[in-house]
Design a protein around this ligand. Structure first.
Ligand SMILES: [Mn+2]
Length: 286
């Protein structure tokens, strides 16, 4: 399997890389369509076909070095997987790297969020997702994919964007001041500044790809109609990156389809665009 970006050794070695891609091909608790364990390989394969010059920031972020690490393969239980991700992410943070976790189902974010919360004071977790994921436990585990934001809220403040499916049991624990439902963000971009204001200084972003509309992102386990668009999402992410300190992010729930590679490529490019935004932040444009 290729490294992220299909980079030559001088830009993909661990020692010199500012950025680490951590694949977590885990799909054990998802409820409907399986297949997100194939997500990381599909993202890496697609990424090798990207142009590495970013038009919007006029930069080549791969020059900072992007190391693709060995995947986390722990599968014996959700708890063991969460712990394994936690230790791997913590290790990269201790080494001063900028970690990006690629899933895998959404429960892979839990260990990552815990590692970031241990490393950074004043952390908030921004969730882009069709689902609120606020159940305290589900199917016997507090580390189920349906519990991700309940676990995030244990250790950080949260803001939820793009939500369009929830269970009534989650409503009582939902802070609607911090939720931007999909139907409320369609008319214009006024909500974006309000969402950014709710975030603390250091921000971790968890992106469940089902936040996007299934017309552009059909390759998810639970495609919900009425999702976000490509440029709408990027306009929002640009505001977040410009006004806050992005410390890391994850992209999860790609269930690749062999008949349609566009969603795999979109995911690879989404990661590259966010990295380009962050690492060009204090660099004057040419
Ligand atoms: Mn979701």
């Amino acid at each position: 399997m290729t490294n992220y970006g299909g980079l030559p050794g001088e830009f993909s070695g661990e020692h010199n890389a500012a950025i680490v891609i951590l694949p977590v091909p885990y799909d054990e608790t998802s409820t409907w369509q399986k297949g997100s364990d194939k997500g990381p390989d599909a993202i890496l394969e697609a990424s090798a076909n990207m142009e590495l010059y970013d038009i919007e920031t006029e930069t080549e972020v791969y020059l900072k070095g992007i190391y693709t690490s060995d995947p986390v393969t722990e599968k014996t239980s959700p708890e063991k997987m969460v712990e394994a991700v936690f230790f791997r992410v913590r290790d990269f943070l201790d080494k001063g790297k900028f970690p990006v976790v690629i899933g895998g189902e959404h429960s892979v974010s839990i260990g990552s969020i815990k590692a970031f919360a241990g490393h950074y004071r004043d952390l908030s977790v921004l969730q882009l997702d069709a689902h609120s994921d606020l159940r305290n436990e589900y199917e016997g585990s507090e580390n189920n994919h349906a519990c991700v934001m309940a676990r995030a809220r244990d250790v950080a403040s949260i803001v939820q964007v793009g939500i369009r499916a929830t269970d009534s049991v989650e409503l009582s624990s939902m802070d609607k001041e911090r939720v931007f439902f999909a139907h409320q963000i369609q008319e214009n971009d006024a909500w974006m500044d309000r969402a950014v204001e709710l975030l603390s200084a250091n921000v971790y972003i968890t992106i469940d790809l089902d936040v996007f509309d299934p017309s552009i992102m059909p390759s998810t386990g639970t495609p919900e109609p009425g999702g976000m668009g490509w440029y709408q999402s990027l306009r929002f992410l640009e505001k977040v990156v410009a006004k806050k300190n992005l410390v890391g992010f994850d992209v999860v729930e790609l269930c690749p389809a062999t008949s349609n590679k566009a969603p795999d490529f979109m995911t690879a490019k989404l990661i590259y665009r966010i990295l380009s935004m962050h690492f060009s932040k204090n660099t004057p444009r040419k």
